[in-house]
Ligand binder design. Structure first.
Ligand code: C2E
Ligand code: CA
Ligand code: CA
Length: 591
């Protein structure tokens, strides 16, 4: 009988005994029965094949197996049992005192070994207990290496393993597979605002909901941060993927309540298909990642399938980033200047500074090739500050040359407005160049002001306090809301060149230009028409009461070396283009 000692629980342990020798098996049963402190229930099979077949219905606590069976020998036995019972501790029972073989079995994955004829009950019990303990530790280490601590989802390592198997299956069966990369929108904001604990809980909940939206055989992994991956096996068509995406986004769209915060989250998804978009996990993840970034750039909560063009785009983006960094390093930027003429007096009242990149590889480039790049790679601050200083410096130089004092228009990106040092940078550019602030006119676009009109209004008032002028560039192409015109302290509106240029060709440009001119007049703002190319446009604008014009009709944007002689020749002229300008009334001469 079992004797019970104080404080020690009777454990019931299921043992699978794999032993072809019936006498040995009998001996083992006896020994196990003599063990104190535990009760062993034994299932005995005589071949490896029987052991493997039993794996479906048996979940033993430990397996005791002879190395040499009728249908398997040596470490082969260990490997097969390991495969069939990956989570069960295995103790090898060998018939010889061959250390080498026993050690090899432990290396192959057994937790321990026993040598027949050298076993007693206490020894056996201890070996089993250690084997169980060791297996538990091993499994824990495997878990740590394969699962994400926070969400308990598979990590990259396990994802790699699973995708390896999935790809092998897909190749064999000729089916497809979809790789999804999911990135939570605004996670950083939530994390910063509500703290890491809330952020962590949100990630756990998001992982749970994504997991609940897919089939059991699909893999959901956490790639790190707020990025997840989903692998959908046996999927070849977009519509099958879309059904899953629909479920995932639907599952995530419900409000999550965490520590009293109601959080509504959304996710951006990029999709890569096997075999079309990549042949291994790295390629598929890279493709899905690119697609995900594309989705993000289109707004939150979107998805996007990978397209080959994205690869090329990514490559050329990297090349662009690299060459822009170099351009900043090597000062490859230039400013060109385009005059603005007062239509009443015919004088040049200002010049707009326009950026050019003198690229050693591609020649002189206009901003549409690189401004977005400067913004994306965070270089616009540095370049923008350079533009501001250089433009102020240049116009000061012209002031010193006996011309009528002109204003300088400088284009400012939305990102620059977000720079907390922006106003300081303006002040110091003015200070250092000794340019009186009223000669500087910043050109801002409507869209850069409208993302947060209240904040923009406050900033504009600060800028006005410095004495600098503010113009709205490309007016009419951004936001339709006109209410802000009252709230913002503006000085000028620039009519976008597309309205000016469509005056002749279609009938919409003209009424829009009229409307802008009327609006500006009512609000007491200067109106600057840009992109004026023909006499007819000029005529029309002037008749409508537009104050200032800029365009190829007068001059293209030019480097200072070319513009200085032009200014000398044209600054006070009216003859060429002012033919039809009414002679200024007394007192109105000069800007
Ligand atoms: P924008 O501020 O609307 O500038 C006017 C654009 O129209 C300039 O293009 C100018 O060269 C062009 N233009 C002037 N007159 C005519 C004309 O009669 N006909 C036609 N078809 N076009 C004319 P550009 O120099 O290529 O600049 C494009 C845009 O790049 C600018 O549009 C501005 O938004 C941006 N940009 C230029 N310089 C800077 C800068 O220093 N900083 C920032 N953030 N943006 C800049
Ligand atoms: Ca402009
Ligand atoms: Ca413009």
């Amino acid at each position: 009988m079992l004797d019970r000692r104080e404080g020690e629980e009777h454990e019931i342990r299921e043992v699978l005994l794999v032993e072809d020798n019936l006498i040995d098996a009998q001996l083992m049963r006896r020994l196990l029965r003599r063990v104190t402190g535990a009760y062993y229930r034994i299932t005995h099979v005589r071949t490896l094949n029987d052991a493997v077949l039993s794996a479906e219905e048996l979940t033993p606590d430990v397996i005791l197996a002879d190395l040499n069976l009728p249908d398997s020998r040596g470490t082969q036995t260990v490997t097969s049992l390991q495969t069939s019972y990956p989570d069960i501790p295995l103790v090898i029972v060998s018939s010889w005192e061959d250390e080498a073989i026993s050690l090899r079995s432990v290396k192959a994955g057994a937790q321990d070994y026993l040598v027949k004829g050298h076993i007693d009950a206490a020894n056996l019990h201890r070996v089993i207990r250690y084997a169980v303990e060791r297996k538990r530790t091993e499994l824990e280490l495997v878990r740590l290496a394969h699962y994400d601590q926070l969400t308990s989802l598979p990590n990259r390592t396990l994802l790699r393993e699973r995708v390896g198997h999935a790809l092998a299956r897909a190749t064999r069966s000729g089916t497809g597979m979809a790789t999804l990369v999911l990135d939570m929108d605004r996670f950083k904001e939530i994390n910063d605002m509500l703290g890491h604990e809330v952020g962590d809980k949100l990630l756990i909940e998001a992982g749970r909901r994504i997991r609940a939206s897919v089939r059991d055989q699909d893999t959901v992994a956490r790639l790190g941060g707020d990025e997840f991956a989903v692998i959908l096996e046996g999927v070849s068509e977009a519509k099958e993927v879309l059904a899953v995406i629909e479920r995932i986004t639907c599952g995530l769209s419900d409000v999550t309540s965490i520590d009293g915060h109601e959080i509504k989250s959304s996710i951006s998804i990029g999709i890569a298909m096997y075999p079309e978009n990549g042949s291994d996990l790295s390629e598929l993840l890279r493709a899905a990642d690119l697609a995900m970034y594309q989705a993000k750039s289109l707004g939150r909560g979107r998805y996007q399938f990978f397209a080959d063009a994205m690869q090329e785009e990514a490559q050329s983006r990297h090349a662009l980033e690299w060459s822009l960094l170099r351009a900043v390093e090597k000062s490859e930027f230039r400013l060109v200047y385009q005059p603005q003429l007062c239509l009443r007096t015919g004088t040049v009242i200002g010049v707009e500074a326009l950026l050019r990149w003198s690229s050693p590889a591609r020649g002189l480039l206009t901003p549409h090739c690189f401004i977005a790049g400067l913004e994306e790679f965070g270089l616009i601050h540095e370049v923008g500050e350079w533009v501001l200083r250089t433009a102020c410096e240049q116009v000061r130089r012209w002031h010193g040359m006996d011309f009528e004092p002109m204003r300088i228009g400088v284009n400012v990106s939305a990102q620059q407005l977000e720079d907390p040092m922006f106003i300081d940078k303006i002040r110091s550019a003015l200070n250092d160049t000794k340019l009186p602030p009223e000669f500087l006119e910043l050109e801002l676009t409507e869209s850069s002001l409208m993302s947060d009109p209240a904040e923009a209004g406050a900033l504009l008032r600060e800028i006005r306090k410095v004495g600098v002028r503010i113009a709205i560039d490309d007016f009419g192409t951004g936001y339709s809301s006109l209410t802000y015109l009252h709230d913002f302290p503006l000085n000028a509106l620039k009519i976008d060149k597309r309205f000016v240029q469509s005056m002749e060709s279609n009938d919409r440009g003209a009424p829009i230009a009229n409307m802008i001119i009327g609006l500006g007049k009512n609000l007491g703002l200067d109106i600057i028409a840009e992109g004026v190319e023909t006499e007819m446009q000029l005529e029309y604008l002037r008749n409508q009461g537009c104050d200032i014009a800029q365009g190829y009709l007068y001059a293209r944007p030019e480097a200072p070396e070319q513009l200085t002689p032009w200014l000398a020749a044209n600054q006070r002229i009216s003859e060429t283009y002012v033919r039809s300008i009414p002679v200024p009334k007394a007192g109105e001469t000069g800007a």
